[in-house]
Design a protein around this ligand. Structure first.
Ligand code: HEM
Length: 399
């Protein structure tokens, strides 16, 4: 190959200073050189980094690329296959066996029915915030509890278990970086889910897990499926709520436009999803040699797909680094594409479309309670990007 290829060594660990919503400069720079760059994985193995919208989408739609964890060629030791039921890391036909029985539970219609519940949950969180008064940490008072309560209802977690379960899952998916604590939280969550599955088998109620007990999935598989729903659905939504609020506060004209016209909520949510792309990147491994963007991806090579830069591709979205809640952002890849495209996307949309306008409507003077540069951001190395806390304040009525 005569022509030189841009190369990136391991994923960058920082965002551009003062630009907490933009992809790391190395990734934007790589995209400027072309949609595909040579890449060195964390463990030193050679791979490819794909930053262009069309190529990311093409890989996601191509069955010659696998999601199986044991095929990820990124470290110098073999990775174990996903435990039973954890279908995010499987290919067809296993993937469809797990996903199909769930699809009916996540349709647009089913999610519309949930809207009223999401409204009630949001109102309760906002009431509590208002009663406690400013300042508040938006993460603990708003962004985490809303998706956590929704997922508890979806999985049918009994009311009396919710407090303990929410603490448990927060340790599991809330960005914990200590490996030992993470493993302990993972094991405890698995144990609780095993009990929950047994309870639903014995006494089914109206929820996803009970419904799945009617499928041919084993208890172990059901536990794995429930774990995927938690792992994929909680932290992502929570960070979209908190980082989305931060982005709106940093773009006051956009915030004012949304506040003035709540009918813009659907577009605003799609644009925030595109702009922030909190689930930043995923990997796939080529099952055979594949020609892509003029390069050959050899069988067994793992490619990193940057959903964030794909969603900032100037060839797909005009002026991509500007947050513009009026633009038509549909077609963004914030929920992925292809067979693994986010199962919970309609639920996430309902939560965001309800909660964000409700928050800014309730507190017309909402503002950061610390300078923007002091907001505690997650490190770029976290799987899901976001904030650890978001101190906010607002004016209260003089009594
Ligand atoms: C704004 C919030 C969310 C974002 C940004 C998001 C993002 C994503 C992305 C990018 C993928 C594809 C991963 C890949 O390409 O390998 C995915 C898959 C998935 N998401 Fe979400 N997600 C969100 C909310 C949710 C919610 C609320 C749920 C469910 C309660 C959920 C459940 C899932 C599941 C089960 C998968 C795996 C699908 C499969 O492998 O077939 N997500 N999500």
């Amino acid at each position: 190959m005569g022509e030189s290829v841009h190369a990136v060594t391991t994923l960058p660990t920082a965002r551009p200073p003062g630009c907490p919503f933009d992809p790391p400069a190395e990734l934007t720079e790589a995209q400027r050189h072309g949609p595909i760059s040579r890449f060195t994985h964390f463990g030193g193995n050679p791979g490819w980094l794909i930053t262009g919208y069309d190529l990311v989408r093409a890989v996601l739609a191509d069955p010659r690329f696998s999601s199986r964890r044991e095929l990820m060629n990124v470290v110098d030791y073999p990775l174990p296959p996903a435990p039973p039921g954890e279908f995010l890391l499987t290919d067809e036909p296993q993937h469809g066996r797990y996903r199909k029985p769930l699809v009916g539970r996540f349709t647009v219609r089913r999610m519309r029915l949930l809207t009223e519940r999401v409204e009630q949950i949001t109102t309760a969180c906002l009431d509590a915030m208002e009663e406690a008064g400013p300042p508040a940490d938006l993460v603990t008072s708003f962004a985490k509890p809303i998706p956590a309560i929704v997922i508890c209802e979806l999985l049918g977690v009994p009311y009396e278990d919710r407090g303990a379960f929410q603490e448990q899952i927060d340790a599991f998916v809330g960005g914990e970086t200590d490996e030992n604590k993470l493993l302990a939280a993972y094991t405890a969550t698995q144990d609780y889910l095993a009990e929950l599955v047994a309870a639903k088998r014995a006494d089914p109620t109206d929820d996803v897990l009970s419904e799945l007990t009617g499928s041919d999935l084993t208890d172990e598989e059901l536990r794995g499926v429930a774990l995927v729903l938690l792992a994929a659905g909680l932290d992502t939504t929570a960070n979209m709520l908190s980082l989305g609020t931060f982005a709106l506060l940093e773009n006051p004209a956009q915030l004012a436009a949304l506040r003035a016209d709540p009918a813009l909520a659907d577009r605003a949510v799609e644009e925030l999803l595109r702009y922030l792309s909190v689930a930043k990147s995923f990997m796939r491994t080529a099952l055979e040699d594949v020609e892509l963007g003029g390069r050959t991806i050899e069988a067994g090579t793992t490619v990193v797909l940057s959903y964030h830069t794909a969603n900032r591709d100037p060839g797909r979205f005009a002026d991509p680094h500007t947050l513009d809640i009026r633009r038509q952002s549909t077609g963004h890849l914030a929920f992925g594409h292809g067979i693994h495209q986010c199962l919970g996307q309609q639920l996430a949309r309902v939560e965001l479309r309800v909660a964000l306008p409700a928050l800014i409507g309730r507190f017309p003077t909402l503002r950061l309670a610390v300078p923007a540069g002091e907001v505690d951001l997650r490190p770029e190395t976290a799987d899901v990007y976001g904030v650890r806390s978001l101190p906010v304040a607002w004016d209260t009525e003089p009594s």
